[in-house]
Design a protein around this ligand. Structure first.
Ligand code: ATP
Length: 902
């Protein structure tokens, strides 16, 4: 076989193509696949957009704060303070390395998570259609395509049915291109080779089968050197806002310090050379060096936690938007319901049939009071079997369905009626109109004996409009619309998903099938009522969302009655249901008013979904919207968070979404919202933890300047506190599980700043109390032994950090209540580590030399701790006061959301 990438495939005849590629009707054999895999490698493109390690390392130095530090180092060097300069440079280096490693880890973690989303494809192998990872394709594979699929390799088409592809990734042209199978002249240019489809393009409508002619880098896409999978840089609006806030606060501290220094020079007559260590100290103190690393880690941990609970984040900003979602628009089938469908009832013109059995096992009794109904049911079962792409497989006593569950249920029903695969093979499919949401039905043309027959299944409203006749025991007669409508209402009223089955016998043979063929002579065979029970966890999750101030709306393509029943079963207000038709007749202003009342939308089209997102957003809502179909992409992109289904969703929907549910489950959305809120809280808490340390340090230095005493903490010691102890402790906050009232507060307003006024107040309060405590401990010893006094100041500051970590874990709730102490392990561990580090700082000679520290007695250790506990008392006292004023018990809602006085 010769499948060289340069070969042009469009002008070969089908026979020569099959011959060259050595392909068989039922796909390649295992041996062929193995051999080709070795020869052509995996079907993957090179990952070119990842930044190389050197560029990532260089990126770490590109940071205003680090520039400031470096300038301070140069200044220190010139003034002869070599050790200060060395330490500062070391800090810059350590900071860069820590950032480099953390960012690398975060990037790797994110990429690993993205890999969970490998796109799968359907391919013939060894006589069967299998679902495989697209990377496993080799030239010669026979691939089956359906609407919504991303084309997994370059294919030459063998058969098509209304196939259109969006080739924008390749050509930039976003109008879908129609495809055919006919062999083309050799000179046809690439863009006009309509019998080929290219890797990376999207199937927008129709279905097809094609032969893989090129894989991986040999494809057109691979040759352009483009790549599909992208790794996002770990920067989001939140991290940017944080950076800005950090810089602003640092600026504020610097300005205040400049004033202090000016005062020192002018009023106290301090020589400028004496000022240098003070200036360096203040600069070093003011810059929260560890913050960026902590934020990246917190985000990465959140994303990993979400992935574990089945929500894969594709776009990092989603993590923080999750915390402010106010409306979740969910589809019904598979998300709120289990998507395990069993057809229970079938209504014919002669009466009802009851179908027994559980799950997908093709065994179950067929019962009816009227024998005539049974005969009609058999005809309907043939349609159910033939107009169907589902397949059953038995593995270890378990029946597994391949294909769409709606089809699966009908397939199982046909099997229960006694039809099997042999029957399906005996009635070959000559043409088809694949299911599309706009069409609401699927139709096939089959050869049944010496006759041709059109088989149709689809939404009853649609087919009742199309059918002219109904089948009876005697033949067929005019359709009794009212009777069927009643039957439909009654089935849907039981919460069943209803599909109509219809057929048309064609007098003469015809090779094609068009929508016009269904416009006359169609005979209705009956209605199938399929049970798709709600997910239990969805009920809990809907209730949780409500408590969290999030409105849940169901937007489904299904029948309004069915939607209403399922909605009330999962706990949605199913009273009023709007259909796509009603939406079309409603003006924007009317709709805006209705959106407050209506939570269930049925028989909607993807365009309706888009309009609903837009109207909700116009009303100030932050909208999460689920979708799975190829046409859902615009709504998913428009929504604040587009959520695609990993299981039943199409590649098109996944590409447009910010988050993908690997289990298609509504409960996962609620879990992701919880996680999103936790991450946001944890980042704010990390900020609240790190900033006071900087504040206290800067203020202690200023007080010293103003009082004209030597610096209580040297620049090197400040770096120790900022880089080692503060970061180690703040890390614990990244692992916090979220407060008990996390899902009892309303969503955060996206316009709200990071730090609320109340939190700013706490910062200032802690700054003052902490400064007093540190300065006091320093001042007790500074006259007799400066090194000892400084060691005592550092120790007190570190103890304050440790105890404040516990206060910081809960925004308003007391640090030591039973509820608050849940999940305290990371904080305890971090504290233990920091105590050991601080011991080393004070006791180990090399560190003593580096930092100018001295050994302190246990006595002094406990005195420092006691002072810190007093500071803790001050912070907890402030919390208690706020709780008292609010009458709230541990309710952090207002504090985290809107600050004082809302
Ligand atoms: P949801 O939007 O909640 O996922 P849904 O699955 O009912 O609900 P669609 O997939 O848009 O939404 O389907 C709309 C309707 O089309 C269904 O209610 C059903 O009547 C019909 N339908 C669904 N799948 C098929 C199919 N494979 N063949 C024929 N008709 C179908």
């Amino acid at each position: 076989m010769d499948a060289s990438p340069q070969r042009d495939w469009h002008y070969q005849t089908e026979t020569s193509l099959l011959q060259t590629l050595g392909s068989l009707e039922g796909g390649l054999s295992d041996a062929q696949v193995r051999e080709r895999r070795q020869r052509f490698g995996e079907n993957r493109l090179l990952d070119q957009r990842r930044r190389g390690p050197w560029r990532r390392l260089a990126g770490q130095f590109h940071n205003v704060l680090l520039y400031v530090l470096l300038v301070a180092a140069v200044l220190a060097l010139f003034m002869g303070h070599t050790s200060d300069a060395v330490v500062i440079v070391m800090v810059v280096l350590i900071n860069a390395v820590v950032g480099f490693v953390q960012e690398g880890k975060a990037e790797a973690a994110l990429q690993a998570i993205q890999q969970m989303l490998v796109s799968s494809c359907r391919v013939w192998r060894g006589g069967q259609i299998q679902t495989l990872d697209a990377a496993a394709l080799v030239p010669g594979d026979r691939v089956v395509l359906a609407a919504g699929d991303r084309v997994p390799a370059d294919l030459r088409l063998l058969s098509v049915s209304e196939l259109h592809c969006d080739e924008a990734t390749l050509t930039g042209e976003s109008v879908p291109v129609g495809k055919r199978v006919a062999t083309l002249p050799e000179e046809t240019i690439l863009a006009e080779r309509h019998n080929m489809v290219w890797m990376g393009s999207l199937v927008t409508t129709g279905s097809a089968e094609g032969l893989v002619v090129a894989t991986g880098t040999a494809t057109q896409l691979g040759r352009i050197g483009e790549m599909v999978a992208t790794v996002q840089s770990p920067e989001t609006p939140l991290t940017r806002a944080l950076g800005r806030l950090g810089r602003q606060l640092a600026m504020l501290i610097l300005v205040l310090s400049a004033v202090g220094l000016a005062w020192a020079v002018l009023a106290m007559g301090l020589a400028p050379s004496e000022l240098l260590p003070v200036a360096v100290g203040i600069v070093v103190a003011a810059i929260p060096e560890g913050l960026p690393a902590i934020v990246t880690i917190t985000l990465a941990i959140g994303v990993q936690r979400m992935a574990k609970s089945h929500a894969v984040i594709r776009k990092l900003p989603v993590v923080e938007v999750l915390g402010s979602v106010t409306v979740i628009c969910s589809d019904k089938t598979g998300t709120l319901t289990r998507n395990e469908m069993t057809t229970r009832t079938f209504v014919t013109s002669a009466g009802r049939i009851q179908i027994g059995g559980e799950g997908y096992a093709p065994e179950g009794a067929i019962d009816s009071d009227t024998p005539a109904a049974l005969a009609l049911f058999e005809q309907a079962a043939q349609v159910a079997m033939l107009c169907n792409d589902a397949r059953l497989e038995q593995a270890q006593e378990q029946w597994r369905l391949h294909g769409d569950p709606t089809e699966g249920a009908l397939y199982v029903m046909a099997r229960k009626a006694g039809l099997d695969e042999g029957f399906r093979q005996g009635c070959p499919r000559l043409a088809e109109l694949p299911f599309a949401t706009e069409r609401l039905y699927m139709a096939t043309l089959n050869q049944v004996g010496d006759q041709q027959q059109i088989m149709v299944k689809g939404a009853p409203e649609r087919l009742l409009g199309l059918c002219e006749y109904q089948q009876t025991a005697q033949g067929h007669e005019a359709l009794a619309q009212d009777v069927w409508q009643q039957a439909l209402d009654s089935l849907a009223g039981e919460g069943l998903r209803v599909l109509a089955l219809a057929t048309r016998w064609l007098p003469t043979g015809q090779p094609t099938l068009t929508e016009q063929d269904l416009e006359s002579g169609l005979v209705l065979l009956g209605l199938a009522g399929t049970l798709d029970p709600p997910r239990e966890e969805a009920v809990t999750a809907v209730a949780e969302c409500r408590r969290a101030g999030i409105r849940v709306k169901m937007i489904t393509g299904d029948n309004p009655q069915t939607a209403r029943v399922i909605a009330s079963q999962v706990g949605l207000a199913g009273g009023k249901v709007m259909t796509g038709k009603m939406l079309a007749q409603t003006s924007d202003a009317e709709l805006d008013a209705l959106l407050n009342e209506v939570d269930v939308f049925a028989r909607t089209s993807p365009a309706d979904k888009l309009r609903l997102v837009e109207r909700l957003q116009a009303g100030g809502q932050v909208v999460a919207m689920t979708g799975d179909g190829v046409n859902d992409a615009p709504a998913l992109q428009r929504a604040d968070i587009g959520i695609a289904m990993g299981g039943k969703g199409t590649d098109a929907a996944r590409d447009a979404a910010g988050m993908v549910l690997t289990d298609d489950n509504f409960a996962t959305i609620a879990a992701a919202v919880r996680e999103g809120r936790t991450v946001y809280d944890n980042i704010v808490k990390a900020l609240l933890f790190i900033l006071p340390t900087s504040l206290i340090e800067a203020m202690v230095l200023m007080v010293a300047v103003v009082l004209g005493v030597p610096l209580p903490i040297t620049p090197v010691q400040i770096l120790w506190v900022n880089m080692i102890t503060a970061i180690s402790l703040a890390l614990a906050l990244a692992f916090e599980q979220g407060e008990s009232d996390l899902m009892a507060r309303p969503p955060r307003s996206p316009r709200q700043g990071l730090v609320t006024p109340l939190l700013l107040f706490r910062l200032a309060w802690l700054g003052i109390v902490g400064t007093a405590a540190v300065f006091w401990q320093y001042h007790r010893f500074d006259a007799e032994d400066l090194d000892r006094a400084r060691s005592m100041a550092v120790l007190t500051l570190v103890w304050i950090e440790i105890v404040y970590l516990f206060a910081c874990r809960r925004v308003l709730a007391p640090a030591w209540s039973r509820l608050s102490l849940k999940g305290v392990m990371p904080a305890l561990l971090a504290s233990a580590v920091v105590v050991v580090l601080q011991w080393a700082f004070l006791e180990l000679p090399p560190l003593q030399q580096l930092f100018g520290s001295v050994s302190l007695s246990w006595h002094l250790w406990s005195e420092a701790l006691f002072t810190a506990l007093l500071v803790l008392l001050a912070v907890e006292g402030e919390k208690a006061l706020v709780r008292l004023l609010r009458g709230a018990h541990g309710d952090s809602e207002r504090v985290m959301n809107n600050g004082v006085g809302r």
